[in-house]
Design a protein around this ligand. Structure first.
Ligand code: ADP
Length: 165
């Protein structure tokens, strides 16, 4: 059985992420969306548990997609599955250098681990969780950016948080 792992912080999951997850689910038997702890990203909008719950709601429509979380190295997590492949979305050239470096590091730690990239759909090339968090602070219409199942959660959190309007 082929397994893909789609890692990220997903704070929150966007239509750009969902586009990559959907396309990956058509190629692999099983997709694990892995919500990673990222110490570099400070002051998250949602806790890891909240992100897992929100993604689970969004991917309920796919039969072969699961959500998991891991507080460690991705290269170690991948060893749980036989021949798992990491699948990531590439937006613009700005993503490339960082992703290339991470793929090399993961391969050094776990030589059997391959990383594949899907190019972002044109429509979502400039979409990121941070853009969504900023727009949400202004109470903007997020229907072009977020899965409908989580729009209310994001607006509510932005309104309730510091700096929200
Ligand atoms: P962000 O950079 O938005 O915080 P994550 O760390 O959650 O994103 O990203 C997880 C993965 O999803 C990365 O491989 C990233 O390149 C990809 N991704 C994020 N947004 C998009 C998008 N709009 N289109 C395609 N891939 C994306």
């Amino acid at each position: 059985m082929s397994t893909a792992i789609c890692p990220g912080s997903f704070d929150p999951v966007t239509l750009g992420h969902l586009n990559i997850i959907r396309r990956t689910s058509r190629i692999f038997d099983k997709v694990v969306v892995l919500v990673a702890y990222n110490a570099a990203k400070q002051r998250p909008m949602f806790t890891i548990e909240e992100r897992v719950e929100m993604i689970s709601r969004v991917v309920a429509r796919f039969r072969n997609v699961e959500v998991d979380t891991y507080d460690g190295l991705l290269a170690e997590y991948a060893k749980r599955y036989k021949d798992a492949i990491i699948v990531k979305g590439l937006r613009a050239s700005t993503d490339f250098e960082n992703e290339f470096r991470m793929a090399q590091i993961n391969k050094t730690i776990n030589p059997a681990l391959e990383t594949m990239f899907l190019t972002s759909s044109e429509k979502y090339t400039f979409l990121s969780s941070s853009v969504v968090r900023e727009l949400a602070g202004y109470g903007a219409d997020l229907s072009e950016f977020l899965p409908r199942e989580i729009i209310k959660d994001v607006l509510a959190r932005a309104g309730a948080g510091a700096g929200g309007r």
